[in-house]
Design a binder for this molecule. Structure first.
Ligand code: ADP
Length: 325
């Protein structure tokens, strides 16, 4: 790692999020009324790229949009977040990715994502991005683009000695063999509770479940637990970081803020407990605003928030919450 900002290469999805709020989520076959329709720039790749930039990283982002109206808006949003569009493909004759998001009164959400141009990214695109990837401290990838493309990126990063953070979201892919290959070749596996279960994590509590996933290859496994915080394990330690108590507006973007902050901190060689604490603070802050990219916190917001003691000054613990119950 050189001096200056941490260099993060992000390869991933770009979606237009169509969001509505309801008093409760619809059941199968049921229609509920939403308050209004909001259009917000999203996609895990774009959100994490924007989150990393806001968190102070130097970000190179590879993704794809269509040349439709959504595509133009999505590119404009990335540019206004300060990201270079050099590696954001603009594909004619295809629709941009989109996601339908319903948020209920408690802040829980239901999401249907339509891949669109995200599914048109290729391993050749990764090859063309090679110079940016090889110069990065960290590669941050998710699973909203074709898995062979993610695998090509991870292989290049491994060859170049770049730390690979795989946010295995969503994890319900039919091709488990491909998914297992990705997990085996990343350095840091980051998942939420659902994704951990989907990957077959086993154990009586979340620390044990995280440990069971290290047996698949990654040196470090982090599991986010929503309002309960996060656990992280590596060969040397197990960390439980309780969530910071905040007024939740909606939880969209919390996972992306967490992923980006964790990647940046690990890229600048912050010890795991501190990296997880900062990532939990970034995730908590993201829940206090509406939508995806707009609610992503800056590094100075996180630092100020923690420094001023506005957030409870929890230290990371090596004890397990589950054991105390
Ligand atoms: P995802 O959106 O990927 O499922 P989580 O819901 O686990 O991710 O949230 C990621 C992180 O954001 C959590 O580990 C936690 O630190 C923070 N977070 C999420 N929801 C809350 C909440 N209600 N209160 C405080 N922090 C939260």
């Amino acid at each position: 790692m050189t001096g200056g900002p941490t260099k993060i290469a992000v390869i991933g999805s770009i979606n237009m999020d169509l969001i509505t709020k309801t008093t409760r989520l619809p059941r199968i076959g049921e229609t509920v009324l939403g308050d209004r329709l909001q259009y917000r720039s999203g996609g895990k790749g774009a959100n994490q790229a924007v989150a990393a930039a806001r968190y102070g990283a130097d970000v190179a982002f590879l993704g794809a949009t269509g040349q439709d109206g959504f595509g133009r808006q999505l590119r404009a949003a990335l540019a206004s977040a300060g990201l270079a569009l050099d590696d954001v493909r603009s594909l004619p004759g295809q629709t941009s990715g989109a996601a339908f998001i319903v948020v209920d009164g408690a802040g829980d959400n239901m999401i249907t994502a339509i891949p669109g141009t995200n599914w048109s990214l290729t391993s050749q695109d990764v090859d063309a991005f090679k110079h940016r990837l090889a110069g990065a401290d960290v590669l941050l990838v998710q699973l909203e683009i074709p898995l062979p493309v993610v695998l090509a990126a991870i292989r290049l990063a491994n060859t170049a000695g770049v730390l690979v953070v795989l946010n295995a979201a969503p994890a319900d892919h039919s091709d488990r063999r491909e998914l297992d290959q990705l997990v085996a070749q990343c350095d840091v596996l980051l998942v939420n509770e659902t994704e951990a279960d989907c990957l077959g994590a086993s154990g009586a509590n979340w620390v044990d479940k995280a440990r069971s996933l290290t047996a698949r290859g990654p040196e470090t496994v982090v599991i986010t637990l929503g309002a309960a915080g996060a656990v992280a394990v590596d060969g040397a330690q197990a960390v439980f970081q309780p969530a910071f108590q905040v007024e939740v507006v909606d939880a969209i973007g919390a996972g992306d803020a967490f992923s980006a902050a964790l990647a940046v901190e690990l890229g600048r060689q912050t010890p795991l407990p501190d990296a997880v604490r900062l990532a939990c603070a970034a995730g908590a802050l993201a829940t206090t605003g509406t939508g995806g990219q707009e609610a992503l916190p800056s590094y100075s917001q996180v630092e100020t928030w923690l420094g001023e003691g506005i957030l409870p000054a929890f230290g990371p613990e090596t004890t397990r919450k589950e054991d105390q119950q």
